[in-house]
Design a protein around this ligand. Structure first.
Ligand code: BDP
Length: 323
């Protein structure tokens, strides 16, 4: 009897704590409908509700409406936005370790990038990000970034004199300068207009993003330089996550991991589709037979970066030594 009563009471208490603890989280997503990450973030929201029994509800704000990526990252650090799908490029200026992934040609391929992230280098980056208030729960695929412009780019000399939009990170400005181009850091939302009006001559991104925000409508050539393979994350405000019970932490992390696997499946299919679609719309895609000259041009970027950040040498070695 006593046992029964205590069970009932425990149940009542669980319900009471359930309603008190229910949390509404806002999630930032820069992409719009039709981009694989948008579908993955919607899936994440469903998975979190299921896994937490409705204790945490994630409302995803697509299309960057909660702010530019650098702004949103600050908001996550402050806890004004709880969670989001972020690219590690703009995290580099906040978390030095994350800059490993922004060194041009550091990874041999997307699978190589994931192997590095799953190893000690990835653990170091994740710990540093968590320390800075942006805790990665799962890694997301963002393919490789290549240049696009009004002309084909086959060698670094073809970049000379071109004004190229880059994400907000000094490594990218050095990268463009090392090829003789003029780097122009700019928010993602402004790039289409800037390409259209000639404020910039080119930009660089993966196929799904090139397509989804219409950059392919205002350029003619996409050149497969694949100079950057930058991962993304589902990242949460560290304090918010750490304050959850262990069960809730496991539920949210599990949802992020499952959503990330889903994203990678979508990416595998949709990045090929995006390429086909932009080609069908008239974009000329050119293979770059020899990427050697691009890599040679980056030696100066590495030298300058490692001279200023000697403590990054270990991470660079780890990445290079990862099979
Ligand atoms: C896309 C990333 C997004 C970036 C954008 C950019 O998914 O996070 O903001 O590139 O170039 O591929 O700014």
């Amino acid at each position: 009897m006593f046992k029964k009563l205590s069970l009932v009471l425990t149940g009542a208490l669980a319900c009471a704590s359930f309603s008190v603890q229910a949390e509404d989280w806002r999630a930032w997503n820069i992409h719009n409908d039709g981009h694989p990450n948008t579908a993955a973030m919607d899936r994440f929201s469903e998975l979190v509700s299921e896994a937490t029994g409705g204790e945490i509800n994630v409302e995803v704000f697509h299309g960057g409406v909660l702010g530019s990526q650098p702004d949103a990252l600050e908001q996550v650090r402050l806890g004004a936005i709880e969670i989001g799908n972020f690219n590690l490029g703009p995290i580099g200026p906040i978390v030095k370790e994350a800059n490993l992934v922004s060194l041009p040609f550091i990874f041999k391929s997307v699978p190589h990038m994931f192997r590095v992230l799953e190893g000690e280098a990835g653990e170091t980056i994740a710990a540093a990000m968590a320390e800075a208030g942006i805790k990665p729960l799962a890694w997301v695929d963002a393919g490789a970034r290549s240049f696009y412009s009004q002309k084909p780019i086959n060698t670094p000399a073809d970049v000379e004199g071109l004004k190229i939009r880059v994400m907000n990170n000094d490594l990218y400005t050095s990268m463009i300068s090392a090829m003789g181009g003029n780097p122009s850091p700019m928010a993602f939302a402004e790039v289409q207009q800037a390409l259209k009006t000639g404020v910039v001559d080119g930009a660089e991104n993966n196929f799904p993003s090139f397509k989804s925000v219409g950059h392919y409508e205002v350029t003619t050539h996409y050149s497969l330089s694949e100079h950057l393979i930058i991962p993304e994350c589902i990242c949460v405000n560290t304090a918010k996550f750490d304050a959850l019970s262990e069960d809730m932490q496991a539920a949210v992390r599990g949802a992020a991991e499952e959503a990330a696997l889903y994203q990678r499946e979508l990416w595998a299919v949709q990045s090929g589709q995006a390429r086909e679609e932009v080609e069908a719309a008239g974009i000329v895609v050119n293979e770059i037979a020899d990427k050697g000259p691009f890599q040679d041009a980056m030696v100066a970027v590495y030298d300058e970066y490692l001279a200023a950040n000697p403590d990054m040498a270990d991470l660079v070695e780890m990445a290079k030594n990862t099979e």
